[in-house]
Design a binder for this molecule. Structure first.
Ligand code: FES
Length: 170
């Protein structure tokens, strides 16, 4: 099993985002020229371009990972990693939006005083948004440190953030 297959096997069972990424890659007919568009979609899905995702894209487009890393680091619109210890990605896709994502997001912004794409001054939490995580059935969905949780509320997300901050201060 090569590394990209291993990445996919490890992730797809719990993460539909790889399926959605597959659909995009297919739509572009695995064209290497579509690398930027595909990375853009990947960032939309994952909030940032984590290592696994870059390797996965490289494998599917039959490109050397160095090329994919090169493109991802060259363009400022791509972010390779959130700089915070914890990452909170709030889905703002349609299903999540109508089920309360804006309230969840506003609450988080208010409680930790940052906006999507930013990290708290103490480097504890990075806040990101994504457009549809492929988990519309459990909307509103939020990804906490890589784990997708559904049926979130401003309170449940607020609790999690509070716990992270408490852990970070001990
Ligand atoms: S819109 Fe949020 S998971 Fe689909």
């Amino acid at each position: 099993m090569n590394s990209a297959t291993a990445v996919k096997t490890k992730n797809t069972a719990k993460d539909k985002r790889f399926k959605m990424l597959d659909a995009t890659i297919k739509r572009y007919q695995y064209q290497q020229d579509a690398l930027i568009e595909i990375l853009h979609k990947a960032q939309e899905l994952f909030g940032y371009l984590e290592n696994d995702v870059l390797i996965y894209v490289a494998h599917n487009l039959k490109l050397p990972p160095s090329r994919v890393y090169g493109v991802a680091t060259f363009y400022h619109l791509f972010s390779l990693a959130p700089s915070g210890v914890h990452t909170c990605v709030i889905c703002t896709g349609t299903a999540c939006y109508v089920k309360g994502a804006p309230t969840i997001l506003a609450n988080v912004e208010k409680s930790i005083h940052i906006h999507p794409g930013e990290t708290t001054a103490d480097n504890q939490i990075s806040l990101l948004t994504a457009r549809c995580l492929g988990a519309c059935g459990i909307a509103p969905a939020v990804v906490f440190d890589g784990t997708v949780l559904g049926h979130q509320t401003a309170e449940s997300v607020g609790e999690r953030i509070k716990r992270w901050l408490q852990d970070g201060s001990t």
